[in-house]
Design a protein around this ligand. Structure first.
Ligand code: ADP
Ligand code: MG
Length: 330
């Protein structure tokens, strides 16, 4: 199992920010309203995520660390319409095969005076040791010394600063997808980013500004279009505002941050003749469609999706973006 988990980790855990992504998604899936992320040395020494979600019962802790154990889907049919960010049940097992992982939790179902519990797994065949740990309801995952037992991977780690920047970017993506959740990020003991939860539309706008940039928000166009079962909404940069790198391009499909060729192509096509060559737009766009019409089980990192009607999705997006860009002059 250790070897199998390390092989799986090869696909899922590329660098500290990939660990952060999986752990943040788990906290969101657990219904957390506050998530605190503490990292040290760009996440190579420590990644600690504290959430106030529903937690894990003591009896389930060992299972949560086992490969292919997920509490999120029960039947094959569930795979056809996935409503959680996770579903593969391999993140914790993979991470614990290449780092020293502690999973601590107190379930919301636990009685008030009961304690939380900690399970420790460190790159050693899932042997877990369970100890009491006093804590509030929620979950704390601590990942230390990433790649300590896989020197080949360790060599690919970049400077602390670079790994930190990837972590911050990952947190921004998850935060953009989950407006109802407050996030705090600390690096080497100092708070580096605070993203409050947004209740109203106005707060949601401010939040987008603080995550992406106020400059983007002040020059952006608001989009909201739907046909049939498809809805696209969000913010698009005005053609006068452009950039030369693919920064600040965010697309979410049913609340999941994705990098998808169909979607990117559709957006690029709409901007085609409006931008100087070599310049690209910025955007934060949310696509919503029936869960049955999109397959998210394409790749272990879950960044890619497949649409059952890719042509329709492409044309709808291209048209919606194009209409929005053309209407702004009126
Ligand atoms: P997946 O998210 O695909 O189910 P993971 O390996 O990421 O698989 O997590 C395994 C299981 O551990 C989850 O299905 C869930 O039951 C539990 N779990 C992990 N993180 C948390 C958390 N922060 N809060 C509550 N439960 C969690
Ligand atoms: Mg998960």
């Amino acid at each position: 199992p250790l070897l199998a988990n390390q092989i799986a980790a090869g696909e899922v855990v590329e660098r500290p920010s990939s660990v952060v992504k999986e752990l943040l998604e788990n906290a969101v899936d657990a219904g957390a309203t506050r998530i605190q992320l503490d990292v040290e040395r760009g996440g190579t020494r420590l990644i600690r995520i504290t959430d106030d979600g529903h937690g894990i019962e003591r009896e389930e802790l060992g299972l949560a660390l086992a490969r292919h154990a997920t509490s999120k889907i029960e039947r094959t049919e569930d795979l056809k319409a996935i409503h959680t960010l996770g579903f593969r049940g391999e993140a914790l097992a993979s991470i614990s095969s290449v780092a020293r992982l502690t999973l601590s939790s107190k379930a919301s179902t636990a009685s008030d005076n009961s304690t939380g519990w900690s399970a420790i797994a460190q790159g050693q065949d899932m042997a877990v040791d369970i100890q009491p740990r006093p804590m509030p309801v929620g979950t704390i995952v601590e990942v230390r010394d990433l790649f300590f037992n896989t020197p080949a991977r360790q060599k690919f780690l970049r400077a602390e600063r670079t790994e930190y920047v990837h972590i911050e970017e990952t947190m921004k993506r998850v935060a953009l997808a989950s407006p109802q959740v407050a996030f705090t990020l600390k690096h080497n003991g100092k708070v580096t980013k605070r993203i409050p939860a947004a209740q109203s539309e106005e707060q949601q706008k401010q939040r987008i500004g603080s995550i992406v940039s106020n400059n983007f928000l002040s020059q952006s166009l608001v989009l909201d279009a739907s046909i049939d079962h498809l809805r696209l909404w969000g913010w698009l940069s005005h053609p006068d505002f452009h950039q030369n790198s693919n920064m600040s391009q965010y697309v979410f499909v049913n609340g999941r941050a994705v990098r998808d060729r169909t979607l990117n192509h559709a957006i690029r096509q709409a901007y085609q003749d409006l931008l100087p060559t070599g310049r690209v737009p910025a955007y934060v766009l949310y696509l919503e469609l029936d869960a049955e019409k999109v397959d998210v089980n394409v790749h272990p990192t879950k960044h890619e999706v497949r649409f059952s009607d890719a042509r329709q999705v492409h044309d709808f997006i291209s048209r919606a973006v194009s209409d929005c860009l053309l209407s702004q002059g009126e």
